[in-house]
Design a protein around this ligand. Structure first.
Ligand SMILES: Cc1ncc(COP(=O)(O)O)c(C=O)c1O
Length: 370
């Protein structure tokens, strides 16, 4: 079974149904769907399929650099952010790395492939899974070669304190620790505190970005990496396989970040729908829900031994169970914020599967700690 959400093909096969019948709450994709601009660009440029893309991706790198107010040489695009996680780990070849637990699975896989020693830094339910300043002490004590941190974190949806991130970046710079900040979901936060302004003066800071979630193109694939360390970027460009970003991704990537209309509509829509979901979910005493800053909701089902994922699948709704995240167990789940109609269907199904015990109306919605 895949470690990730969005696995409708496998789930459909297991259930013996057409995957198109599944309502997928397990992958955190913008519910507004493909931006019109992307559709129009691809349709009007179908013929580029007969040419190799520019192997240097000059226009794409230029667009990504200017959208992020950094230099061309500080930017590299990838076939989804995932390609760059693996490429960066291969290039840096860390002997030891610190990971926040729970966190996205691919950091660990990429590090393990390099035989890297992994130091887990556990986020606890007691602290609301929020990372706090004790992380700085752990970094000083262990002095790993690199540290991954996701802002906001997946699966919790929580954003670390901006002051902490700033101190962490300074500390890693001072101790020569590669700080790899995964900003895959930061576009969903209208005021997301990216570390991009620190890139210029930094040699140890790496920012990973994904365009697949916010711009709803996980099937097309596009992500990028920004770093003040131009040698690392140059090395990655020189050593990776040519043409890994396809021509359509390279084309649409030049235009996505300036699509202000899609960006602001997405922020407003997702904020509204997330509130609807949070309020509805807070009414179920058997759910403990974490208030996220991201476009997905992390929660715990308090009913002992109850398999909520299996129960919802009977309604053809696929959610992400989180039991395969180190540090979590089968009581934990994650759902994406989807369209108004889909969210309503989810709440109806949830009401159906949880109906018997939950008739109290009290809030167990937790604010992010810290
Ligand atoms: C935190 C995080 N980073 C990176 C990725 C990978 O993104 P991409 O689709 O751009 O490879 C994911 C995908 O789920 C993710 O959750």
């Amino acid at each position: 079974m895949s470690e990730h959400g969005g696995n409708v093909v496998e789930t459909g096969q297991q259930l013996g149904i057409d995957p198109a019948l599944l309502l997928d709450f397990s992958a955190n994709i913008n519910p507004l769907g493909l931006p019109e601009r992307v559709r129009a660009l691809i349709v009007s440029h179908l013929d580029i399929i007969t040419h190799y893309p520019d192997v240097e991706y000059r226009h794409l790198h230029q667009a990504l650099a200017s959208a992020n107010r950094c230099e061309y040489d500080q930017t590299i695009a990838g076939n989804g952010e995932t390609e760059l996680i693996y490429g960066l780990v291969r290039t840096l070849a860390p002997r030891s790395a610190m990971l926040l637990v729970p966190g996205f699975a691919e950091y660990r896989r990429a590090l393990q492939q390099q035989g890297c020693q992994i130091i887990d830094y556990a986020l606890s339910e007691q602290d609301g899974f929020q990372v706090d300043f004790a992380l700085l002490d752990a970094v000083r004590t262990h002095r790993p070669d690199c540290l991954f941190i996701a802002t906001p974190n997946n699966p919790t949806g929580l954003m670390p304190d901006a002051g902490l991130l700033d101190r962490l970046a300074s500390l890693c710079e001072e101790l020569h620790i590669a700080l790899i900040v995964d900003e895959a979901f930061i576009d969903f936060l209208p005021q997301g505190s990216t570390l991009a302004p620190r890139l210029a003066g930094s040699r140890y800071l790496y920012l990973l970005r994904s365009l697949t979630k916010f711009f709803a193109i996980p099937g097309l694939r596009l992500g990028y990496l920004l770093s003040g360390n131009k040698e690392t970027i140059h090395h990655l460009k020189r050593t990776r396989e040519p043409w890994s970003v396809n021509a359509f991704s390279a084309l649409v990537g030049q235009h996505l970040l300036s699509d202000e209309d899609y960006i602001s509509r997405s922020h407003a829509y997702i904020a509204r729908q997330r509130d609807v979901l949070l309020q509805a979910m807070a009414r179920f005493p058997s759910l403990m829900v974490w208030k996220p800053e991201a476009n997905f909701i992390f929660f715990r089902c308090l009913r002992q031994g109850f398999n909520l994922k299996a129960a919802l699948l009977r309604h053809h709704i696929l959610i992400r169970h989180c039991e395969n995240y180190p540090g979590l167990d089968s009581a934990w789940y994650r759902i994406a914020v989807r369209t108004e109609a889909e969210n309503r269907r989810f709440i109806e199904a949830l009401t159906h599967v949880l109906h018997d015990a939950d008739d109290g109306i009290f809030s167990n919605l937790l604010p992010p700690a810290g």
